[in-house]
Design a protein around this ligand. Structure first.
Ligand code: HEM
Length: 329
């Protein structure tokens, strides 16, 4: 027999035996993450009826009692919630291929595209094709430079409210296709896995004083930019992590830096009376220069900055964010 055929058969056999092992043994040797006591059916309905923020609060208090992984029985499949960054790393990076699938669409959203869009499509050839097309044809740095105002389409009014809600609902949810183990607990085949993104980013072991506003925390000792992809360690995951990480994160960061740069250019920044923010701290320059030097070199040349005056639309936007400007530039 040809040697390559022998290797192929042995590999296939290994994969098959591993799948069999996972399916038969893991579910017997490991249990699901702890679940709160609830009455069957009624408890299930009560969980489903909670709003996203109520659910988040309830899970947070369960995490304090039961640990960083909990199971809720809501709907037909167990829903597992992970609130620990090391466990998120194991799932999304080390076991990336297992935690890359999306749950099937609910009956109501099925009509919105039959999961043939990149965000909701199953992990497989269609997703790969869509993702390759997006990253190489649309989000490639050479193309990004030519977009200019099209940037706003990604965030602005072209994205309807309904679509935004759909993205929000599915974006941090994964479904696993085989039984697997994380943190000593079984994550069962077809179970959904949700990541408590806010809690993951508030770990005081990863960040000194996690709730304080300290932009310089994102510069390491060599003044390199912080690795937001989590490929070596997850410290926060605003763009997700692993195989389904947001492919637009580079563009989004650029857009956010552009937004901050415009704020810095258009406004005079002063500490609020009584506030002890040291504008000369860390980089040894006043606040505005400090932010600009942080942004330096990270804004591509083709974006023009609104360098004089404050646009009416900016004022309204800032007011809505609760930011009061001190002086026009
Ligand atoms: C501040 C802005 C943005 C944030 C916070 C953000 C965040 C996210 C998150 C959390 C996910 C889910 C990752 C996961 O499931 O693990 C995601 C997915 C995605 N994002 Fe973004 N995103 C932003 C901007 C953008 C932009 C500008 C684009 C496109 C130009 C984009 C395109 C996508 C796509 C296509 C997916 C689905 C990827 C997949 O399932 O393979 N996002 N984003």
């Amino acid at each position: 027999m040809e040697i390559w055929l022998l290797v192929l058969i042995s590999l296939s056999l290994c994969v098959f035996l591993k799948a069999l092992f996972n399916h038969v043994f893991l579910s017997q040797t490991h249990s699901l993450p702890p679940a709160p006591f609830t009455f069957p059916v009624i408890g299930n309905i009560l969980w489903i009826r909670k709003s996203t923020s109520e659910l988040e609060r309830a899970i947070r208090s369960l995490n304090q009692k039961l640990g960083p992984m909990v199971t809720l029985h809501m709907g037909s499949r167990p829903a597992i919630f992970i609130a620990d960054r090391s466990l998120a790393y194991i799932a999304l990076i080390q076991k990336g291929a297992v935690f890359a699938n999306r749950p099937p669409a609910s009956a109501t959203s099925r009509g919105l595209g039959n999961q043939h869009n990149i965000n909701s499509s199953f992990y497989g050839p269609t997703w790969r094709l869509l993702r390759r097309n997006l990253t190489s044809e649309i989000l490639h740095p050479s193309r990004v430079k030519t977009f200019g105002h099209a940037l706003l389409m990604c965030f602005g009014d072209k994205l309807e409210e309904k679509q935004i809600q759909e993205i929000e609902q599915v974006q941090r949810r994964m479904v696993v296709n085989i039984n697997t183990v994380v943190g000593g607990f079984l994550v069962p085949k077809n179970g959904t896995v949700n990541f408590m993104v806010a809690d993951i980013g508030w770990d005081s072991k990863a960040w000194e004083d996690p709730m304080a506003f300290k932009p310089e925390r994102f510069l390491n000792s060599e003044r390199e930019a912080f690795d937001i992809t989590g490929s070596r360690e997850i410290k926060m995951m605003p763009f997700g992590a692993g195989r389904r990480i947001c492919p637009g994160y580079g563009l989004a960061m650029l857009h956010l830096e552009y937004f901050v740069a415009n704020l810095v250019l258009n406004f005079e920044w002063k500490a609020v009376d009584g506030d002890d923010i040291d504008l000369y701290a860390s980089l040894g320059k006043p606040g505005r220069a400090r932010v600009l030097s942080f942004l330096e070199g990270r804004i591509v040349g083709n974006f023009t900055c609104q360098s004089t005056g404050v646009m009416e639309s900016n004022k309204a936007e800032l007011k809505a964010l609760g930011i009061n400007y001190v002086a026009e530039y």
